[in-house]
Ligand binder design. Sequence first.
Ligand code: GLN
Length: 312
Amino acid sequence: MLNHEELQQAVNEIAEEMRARKDRGTVASYIPELAKANADAFGIAIADNHGNVIAAGDADEAFSIQSISKVFTLTLALGKVGDKLWRSVGREPSGSPFNSIVQLESEHGVPRNPFINAGAIVVTDTILSGHQPKEALGEILRFMQFLADDPSIYIDHSVAASEQRTRFRNSALANYMKAFGNLENPVEHVLGVYFHQCAIAMTCRQMAMAGRFLSNSGRNPASNFQVVKPEGSRRINAVMLTCGHYDGSGEFAYRVGLPGKSGVGGGILAIVPGDASICVWSPGLDEAGNSHLGRIALERLAKKMKWSIFGP
Ligand code: GLN
């Protein structure tokens, strides 16, 4: 294990290398507002279980968390309905793109897992039940602020509106699941909450802080608050490992070897169970919609720190 200074040095080197690289992937443009992201940005932050935060690059610049939000809505939904959630969404990797509709027909409107769009829409529906959309969204935002211990975390309404205007695929997924009876609430309400949860803006530092409960058996190491039972965080980490990068999940496990969740804003939250929560951000994506340099940076870091859960 490296000490604090050595880890800071390693992270500085990784940030420098990533900033200099020419291969930067492609910034998402299907949500027009996301296309405005600076392709040259790179940030990294590590929050360890002893209360230290180590950061480098653009770690304090806010980015659109997009699908990383799905980790936190899954946590909330499991807290609300427990294992009943698994009646309406599976927990197997899909091997398909994040916005795919193909499996939904043969699988009767029950999405493969909570991290593809269809599955995340079902999870949001579960949180929404019994509430107004505004209340459900407020609950999600407050949860992020609480976990990161930072009330300044906000929703970027221009990103939400941009996704709302170009929502045709997600509308198709939601309407299709509604036809199978797998959504309780009105489609437009569910999508409204989903788009806004994806439009939450956070920095690498805030996201690494928010993920700490997953590296510490469900307990926030700073406040000692038990966010989920140890068994809950173990299971969420398992779903992150197998499904967190869509049809790139196998490759991420092979190269990085950590539970991780990506978003099309270019962020990745990765968890080192027992040790640390890491967030990297670089807006350029690979073909599967995962941050290109984010993954490479995590591969470097996990190797250096011998952090892969599969061994050194
Ligand atoms: N809001 C995005 C969408 O629904 C999230 C996708 C992602 O981050 N992979 O398309």
